[in-house]
Design a protein around this ligand. Structure first.
Ligand SMILES: Cc1ncc(C[n+]2csc(CCOP(=O)(O)OP(=O)(O)O)c2C)c(N)n1
Length: 313
């Protein structure tokens, strides 16, 4: 059953908005709203950042925010920083700390130009990000951090997105035991979500190759009630959140780099580790990749969805 007030289209529009801004931060130094055909001079001279994790983060964040507006959110795959930044921008949180992050073209230009730039925003979640107290970098701590944040705070709701590569680390695996130690009414509710996009930097994850049955058995073995969902199906995600309760563990399947380029130079990119970093590394110098980037950005219908941006040049 859908919860009251659930608006599937609004959630999906938010995901498109944040996907667009994630791509824009990685690639663009001008022409942020595509008011003219994309040209080489619009592309940053040095392309940095990580796309592959971003779409799954945007999906999880938008769905959670709709169902649990006051959640605390802990991000395991810190490499998807453009997605976190896009969501903080969307909610106006970034502007509270960075007044230039206004909800218009100026704000978009500001976050894009400052992404992965000296004295700007690093390419991973760091203490200059509102709400972040720990510099990221080492995978493994998200679940333990979530249980720590819930300790002795029974009214707290904490959603934690764990990378499937991250879950191969000793720390993350051992932290699965914390539910049996800390899952009581004296502590807050931690809702773990496995970001099962199937790949790490240059190869598949172990859990990405597991069958549904194997995954369900694994998390049942740790004492959870696992709920396996297709993250690209918003209704399914919202139903899972409606059904979730303390002890639930959501396994969210998405193709890595979902909605990005499907194939580049004969290499599969969407649904593969080739989407991990910058999927169109030659966008500045190759006409073909530039056109692919333009098509990719246009696919989000950014200006149509958010007409407050439409008339700005
Ligand atoms: C302890 C540790 N080992 C290795 C790395 C190097 N590393 C950075 S990102 C990454 C892959 C992460 O994969 P996953 O958790 O599935 O996140 P995704 O980008 O697919 O969302 C690895 C191995 C690291 N940061 N920390």
């Amino acid at each position: 059953m859908q919860g009251m007030g659930t608006n599937i289209r609004e959630i999906e529009n938010r995901i498109s908005f944040c996907n667009y801004l994630s791509v824009a931060q990685i690639f663009l130094q001008d022409n942020f709203l595509l008011n003219r055909p994309l040209s080489s001079s619009d592309i940053k001279p040095r392309l940095l950042g990580h796309w592959g994790s971003c779409p799954g983060i945007n999906i999880a964040y938008a769905n959670l925010k709709e169902r649990f507006p006051n959640m605390k959110f802990i991000l395991g795959p810190g490499h998807g920083f453009p997605a976190l930044q896009a969501n903080l921008f969307y909610d106006g949180v970034l502007q509270e700390y960075y007044p230039e992050a206004t909800p218009n073209l100026h704000g978009i230009e500001y976050i894009c130009k400052k992404f992965s730039w000296p004295y700007g925003f690093p390419s991973h979640a760091s203490p200059v990000t509102p709400g972040v107290i720990a510099e990221g970098g080492e995978l493994g701590y998200s679940l333990a951090t979530a249980y720590g944040a819930a300790l002795g705070r029974p009214d707290e709701f904490i959603a934690v997105l764990i990378g499937d590569g991250e879950l191969e680390t000793a720390t993350a695996l051992a932290s699965l035991n914390l539910y049996r130690l800390l899952g009581s009414h004296h502590n807050g509710w931690v809702l773990p979500i496995l970001h099962l996009n199937g790949y790490k930097i240059s190869g598949p994850t172990i859990y990405g190759r597991d069958s549904d049955r194997e995954l369900l058995q694994l998390f049942r073995g740790f004492g959870y009630n696992p709920i396996l969902i297709d993250g690209t199906n918003t209704e399914e995600f919202q139903s899972a959140l409606d059904a979730a309760m303390p002890g639930s563990f959501i396994i969210m399947r998405t193709p890595k780099g979902y909605t990005g380029p499907k194939e580049v130079d004969g290499v599969k990119v969407e649904g593969n580790c080739a989407s991990h970093q910058v999927p169109l590394p030659l966008a500045k110098t190759s006409d073909e990749q530039l056109r692919m980037l333009e098509e990719w950005l246009k696919s989000y219908n950014f200006k149509e969805l958010y007409d407050e941006f439409a008339d700005q040049n």
